[in-house]
Design a protein around this ligand. Sequence first.
Ligand code: FPP
Length: 253
Amino acid sequence: MSIRLPIFRKRKQKENDQSTLTNIPRHVAIIMDGNGRWAKRRGLPRAAGHKEGMETVKKVVRQAVEYNIEALTLYAFSTENWKRPKTEVEFIMKLPGEFLHTYLPELIDNNVQVRTIGDLTPLPEHTKEAIHKAIEQTSTNTGLVLNFALNYGSRAEITGAVNQIVKEVADGQLSPNEITEDYISARLYTSHVRDPDLLIRTSGEVRISNFLLWQIAYSEFYFTDVFWPDFDEEQFKLALLEYQNRKRRYGGI
Ligand code: FPP
Protein backbone atom coordinates (compact mmCIF):
# COMPACT_ATOMS: atom_id res chain seq x y z
CA MET A 1 0.00 0.00 0.00
CA SER A 2 2.74 2.43 0.96
CA ILE A 3 4.16 2.10 -2.55
CA ARG A 4 0.86 2.44 -4.40
CA LEU A 5 -0.46 5.46 -2.57
CA PRO A 6 1.84 8.12 -4.11
CA ILE A 7 1.09 6.77 -7.60
CA PHE A 8 -2.63 7.04 -6.95
CA ARG A 9 -2.20 10.59 -5.64
CA LYS A 10 -0.24 11.65 -8.66
CA ARG A 11 -2.88 10.36 -11.05
CA LYS A 12 -5.64 12.02 -9.05
CA GLN A 13 -3.75 15.32 -9.13
CA LYS A 14 -3.49 15.15 -12.94
CA GLU A 15 -7.23 14.49 -13.28
CA ASN A 16 -7.93 17.47 -11.01
CA ASP A 17 -5.70 19.76 -13.06
CA GLN A 18 -7.52 18.88 -16.22
CA SER A 19 -10.97 19.22 -14.76
CA THR A 20 -10.24 22.57 -13.06
CA LEU A 21 -8.95 24.21 -16.23
CA THR A 22 -12.40 24.86 -17.59
CA ASN A 23 -12.12 28.61 -18.01
CA ILE A 24 -9.22 29.01 -20.41
CA PRO A 25 -8.31 32.61 -21.34
CA ARG A 26 -8.85 33.15 -25.04
CA HIS A 27 -5.95 35.59 -25.44
CA VAL A 28 -2.82 35.44 -23.28
CA ALA A 29 -0.16 38.16 -23.51
CA ILE A 30 3.26 37.66 -21.92
CA ILE A 31 6.06 40.03 -20.93
CA MET A 32 8.95 37.58 -21.11
CA ASP A 33 11.38 39.02 -18.57
CA GLY A 34 14.42 37.79 -16.66
CA ASN A 35 16.61 36.21 -19.35
CA GLY A 36 19.62 38.31 -18.34
CA ARG A 37 19.28 37.62 -14.62
CA TRP A 38 18.75 33.91 -15.28
CA ALA A 39 22.06 33.84 -17.15
CA LYS A 40 23.91 35.97 -14.58
CA ARG A 41 22.89 33.62 -11.76
CA ARG A 42 24.58 30.82 -13.68
CA GLY A 43 27.69 32.83 -14.52
CA LEU A 44 26.68 32.79 -18.19
CA PRO A 45 26.56 35.60 -20.76
CA ARG A 46 23.18 37.33 -21.19
CA ALA A 47 22.90 35.76 -24.65
CA ALA A 48 22.62 32.34 -23.01
CA GLY A 49 19.54 33.60 -21.17
CA HIS A 50 17.92 34.78 -24.41
CA LYS A 51 18.70 31.44 -26.05
CA GLU A 52 17.11 29.54 -23.19
CA GLY A 53 14.21 32.01 -23.33
CA MET A 54 13.65 30.95 -26.92
CA GLU A 55 13.25 27.35 -25.72
CA THR A 56 10.61 28.55 -23.25
CA VAL A 57 8.77 30.20 -26.15
CA LYS A 58 8.53 26.78 -27.85
CA LYS A 59 7.17 25.14 -24.69
CA VAL A 60 4.60 27.85 -24.07
CA VAL A 61 3.41 27.80 -27.69
CA ARG A 62 2.98 24.01 -27.55
CA GLN A 63 0.97 24.34 -24.37
CA ALA A 64 -1.16 27.16 -25.79
CA VAL A 65 -2.00 24.89 -28.73
CA GLU A 66 -2.81 22.03 -26.36
CA TYR A 67 -5.17 24.22 -24.32
CA ASN A 68 -6.85 25.65 -27.45
CA ILE A 69 -5.91 29.20 -26.52
CA GLU A 70 -6.93 31.46 -29.42
CA ALA A 71 -4.11 34.00 -29.29
CA LEU A 72 -0.72 34.32 -27.62
CA THR A 73 1.11 37.65 -27.76
CA LEU A 74 4.76 37.63 -26.74
CA TYR A 75 6.76 40.80 -26.02
CA ALA A 76 10.04 39.91 -27.71
CA PHE A 77 11.53 43.36 -28.38
CA SER A 78 10.29 46.78 -27.33
CA THR A 79 10.86 50.18 -28.92
CA GLU A 80 13.07 50.88 -25.87
CA ASN A 81 15.21 47.74 -26.24
CA TRP A 82 17.35 49.46 -28.92
CA LYS A 83 19.14 51.14 -25.98
CA ARG A 84 20.84 47.81 -25.15
CA PRO A 85 24.44 47.11 -26.23
CA LYS A 86 24.71 46.61 -29.99
CA THR A 87 25.94 43.00 -29.63
CA GLU A 88 22.92 42.08 -27.50
CA VAL A 89 20.48 43.71 -29.94
CA GLU A 90 22.15 41.83 -32.81
CA PHE A 91 21.88 38.58 -30.88
CA ILE A 92 18.18 39.07 -30.12
CA MET A 93 17.53 39.95 -33.78
CA LYS A 94 18.95 36.57 -34.82
CA LEU A 95 16.52 34.67 -32.58
CA PRO A 96 13.37 34.91 -34.73
CA GLY A 97 15.30 33.42 -37.69
CA GLU A 98 16.79 30.68 -35.52
CA PHE A 99 13.47 29.95 -33.88
CA LEU A 100 11.56 29.76 -37.13
CA HIS A 101 14.28 27.78 -38.92
CA THR A 102 13.85 24.89 -36.49
CA TYR A 103 10.26 25.38 -35.39
CA LEU A 104 8.26 26.58 -38.42
CA PRO A 105 7.34 23.03 -39.61
CA GLU A 106 5.87 22.26 -36.17
CA LEU A 107 3.97 25.56 -36.16
CA ILE A 108 2.52 24.70 -39.58
CA ASP A 109 1.61 21.17 -38.38
CA ASN A 110 -0.11 22.66 -35.36
CA ASN A 111 -2.22 25.04 -37.45
CA VAL A 112 -0.56 28.10 -35.82
CA GLN A 113 -0.77 31.50 -37.55
CA VAL A 114 2.34 33.62 -37.04
CA ARG A 115 1.72 37.37 -36.87
CA THR A 116 3.59 40.38 -35.53
CA ILE A 117 2.72 43.62 -33.82
CA GLY A 118 5.07 46.59 -33.92
CA ASP A 119 6.97 48.49 -36.59
CA LEU A 120 9.20 46.01 -38.40
CA THR A 121 10.78 48.70 -40.64
CA PRO A 122 14.05 49.18 -38.67
CA LEU A 123 14.65 45.44 -38.11
CA PRO A 124 17.60 43.81 -39.92
CA GLU A 125 16.72 42.33 -43.32
CA HIS A 126 17.47 38.74 -42.19
CA THR A 127 15.02 39.12 -39.27
CA LYS A 128 12.31 40.53 -41.53
CA GLU A 129 12.83 37.80 -44.12
CA ALA A 130 12.43 35.01 -41.54
CA ILE A 131 9.30 36.61 -40.14
CA HIS A 132 7.69 37.33 -43.49
CA LYS A 133 8.32 33.74 -44.57
CA ALA A 134 6.65 32.43 -41.40
CA ILE A 135 3.69 34.82 -41.77
CA GLU A 136 3.22 33.79 -45.39
CA GLN A 137 3.53 30.04 -44.78
CA THR A 138 1.06 30.11 -41.89
CA SER A 139 -1.38 32.65 -43.33
CA THR A 140 -4.09 30.09 -44.12
CA ASN A 141 -3.84 28.38 -40.73
CA THR A 142 -6.84 28.75 -38.49
CA GLY A 143 -5.53 27.76 -35.04
CA LEU A 144 -3.54 29.69 -32.43
CA VAL A 145 -2.61 33.24 -33.46
CA LEU A 146 1.01 33.65 -32.35
CA ASN A 147 1.80 37.36 -32.22
CA PHE A 148 5.40 38.40 -31.78
CA ALA A 149 5.69 41.96 -30.50
CA LEU A 150 8.81 43.25 -32.24
CA ASN A 151 9.93 46.83 -32.04
CA TYR A 152 6.62 47.29 -30.30
CA GLY A 153 5.67 50.20 -28.05
CA SER A 154 2.13 50.93 -27.00
CA ARG A 155 2.48 54.72 -27.01
CA ALA A 156 3.94 54.65 -30.52
CA GLU A 157 1.06 52.39 -31.58
CA ILE A 158 -1.59 54.75 -30.15
CA THR A 159 0.20 57.79 -31.60
CA GLY A 160 0.17 56.11 -35.03
CA ALA A 161 -3.57 55.42 -34.75
CA VAL A 162 -4.27 59.03 -33.70
CA ASN A 163 -2.26 60.37 -36.65
CA GLN A 164 -4.13 58.10 -39.04
CA ILE A 165 -7.52 59.14 -37.67
CA VAL A 166 -6.65 62.87 -37.72
CA LYS A 167 -5.62 62.51 -41.36
CA GLU A 168 -8.91 60.77 -42.23
CA VAL A 169 -10.84 63.62 -40.59
CA ALA A 170 -8.70 66.27 -42.31
CA ASP A 171 -9.25 64.54 -45.67
CA GLY A 172 -13.01 64.60 -45.08
CA GLN A 173 -13.27 60.79 -45.05
CA LEU A 174 -14.29 60.60 -41.41
CA SER A 175 -16.56 62.66 -39.22
CA PRO A 176 -15.37 63.21 -35.58
CA ASN A 177 -18.54 61.60 -34.19
CA GLU A 178 -17.57 58.35 -35.94
CA ILE A 179 -14.49 58.02 -33.70
CA THR A 180 -15.56 55.29 -31.30
CA GLU A 181 -13.55 52.90 -29.12
CA ASP A 182 -14.04 50.18 -31.72
CA TYR A 183 -12.83 52.53 -34.44
CA ILE A 184 -9.63 53.21 -32.49
CA SER A 185 -9.11 49.49 -31.66
CA ALA A 186 -9.37 48.68 -35.35
CA ARG A 187 -6.44 51.02 -36.06
CA LEU A 188 -4.07 49.36 -33.59
CA TYR A 189 -1.57 46.60 -34.48
CA THR A 190 -3.80 44.15 -32.61
CA SER A 191 -6.90 44.65 -34.77
CA HIS A 192 -6.84 40.92 -35.70
CA VAL A 193 -7.20 39.68 -32.09
CA ARG A 194 -9.51 40.32 -29.16
CA ASP A 195 -8.10 42.13 -26.12
CA PRO A 196 -5.96 39.93 -23.82
CA ASP A 197 -7.87 38.12 -21.09
CA LEU A 198 -4.70 37.39 -19.16
CA LEU A 199 -1.40 39.29 -19.00
CA ILE A 200 1.59 37.47 -17.51
CA ARG A 201 4.91 39.05 -16.53
CA THR A 202 7.80 36.94 -15.32
CA SER A 203 10.90 37.78 -13.24
CA GLY A 204 9.36 39.66 -10.31
CA GLU A 205 9.03 43.04 -12.02
CA VAL A 206 5.59 44.53 -11.47
CA ARG A 207 5.10 46.98 -14.31
CA ILE A 208 3.65 47.08 -17.81
CA SER A 209 6.60 48.61 -19.73
CA ASN A 210 4.61 50.20 -22.55
CA PHE A 211 2.91 46.91 -23.52
CA LEU A 212 -0.66 46.88 -24.89
CA LEU A 213 -1.77 49.85 -22.76
CA TRP A 214 -5.10 50.27 -24.56
CA GLN A 215 -5.80 46.55 -24.91
CA ILE A 216 -5.29 45.51 -21.27
CA ALA A 217 -7.97 47.80 -19.85
CA TYR A 218 -9.86 44.77 -18.46
CA SER A 219 -7.21 42.05 -18.56
CA GLU A 220 -6.35 39.98 -15.51
CA PHE A 221 -2.71 40.36 -14.43
CA TYR A 222 -0.44 37.56 -13.24
CA PHE A 223 3.03 38.37 -11.93
CA THR A 224 5.53 35.68 -11.01
CA ASP A 225 9.08 35.82 -9.65
CA VAL A 226 10.14 33.01 -11.99
CA PHE A 227 12.62 34.09 -14.68
CA TRP A 228 11.41 33.56 -18.24
CA PRO A 229 13.82 30.67 -19.04
CA ASP A 230 12.40 28.80 -16.01
CA PHE A 231 8.76 29.46 -16.94
CA ASP A 232 7.93 25.85 -17.81
CA GLU A 233 4.69 23.93 -18.39
CA GLU A 234 4.00 23.77 -14.66
CA GLN A 235 4.42 27.53 -14.29
CA PHE A 236 2.12 28.28 -17.21
CA LYS A 237 -0.46 25.94 -15.74
CA LEU A 238 -0.20 27.78 -12.39
CA ALA A 239 -0.99 31.05 -14.17
CA LEU A 240 -3.97 29.46 -15.91
CA LEU A 241 -5.19 27.96 -12.62
CA GLU A 242 -4.94 31.36 -10.95
CA TYR A 243 -7.00 32.83 -13.80
CA GLN A 244 -9.77 30.31 -12.97
CA ASN A 245 -10.33 32.09 -9.66
CA ARG A 246 -10.60 35.58 -11.06
CA LYS A 247 -14.03 37.16 -11.23
CA ARG A 248 -14.15 39.46 -14.20
CA ARG A 249 -16.75 42.18 -13.77
CA TYR A 250 -15.67 44.74 -16.37
CA GLY A 251 -16.70 47.56 -14.06
CA GLY A 252 -20.04 45.95 -13.21
CA ILE A 253 -21.00 44.21 -9.95
C1 FPP B 1 13.79 40.26 -21.37
O1 FPP B 1 14.77 39.77 -20.48
C2 FPP B 1 13.92 39.62 -22.63
C3 FPP B 1 14.08 40.25 -23.83
C4 FPP B 1 14.11 41.70 -24.00
C5 FPP B 1 14.24 39.46 -25.05
C6 FPP B 1 13.17 38.45 -25.16
C7 FPP B 1 13.51 37.46 -26.14
C8 FPP B 1 13.27 36.14 -25.99
C9 FPP B 1 12.61 35.55 -24.82
C10 FPP B 1 13.56 35.23 -27.06
C11 FPP B 1 12.61 35.56 -28.15
C12 FPP B 1 12.38 34.47 -29.01
C13 FPP B 1 11.84 34.63 -30.21
C14 FPP B 1 11.48 33.44 -30.93
C15 FPP B 1 11.61 35.96 -30.83
P1 FPP B 1 15.91 40.74 -20.03
O2 FPP B 1 17.04 40.62 -20.97
O3 FPP B 1 15.37 42.11 -19.87
O4 FPP B 1 16.29 40.12 -18.64
P2 FPP B 1 16.80 40.92 -17.35
O5 FPP B 1 15.69 41.86 -16.96
O6 FPP B 1 17.02 39.84 -16.37
O7 FPP B 1 18.06 41.63 -17.75
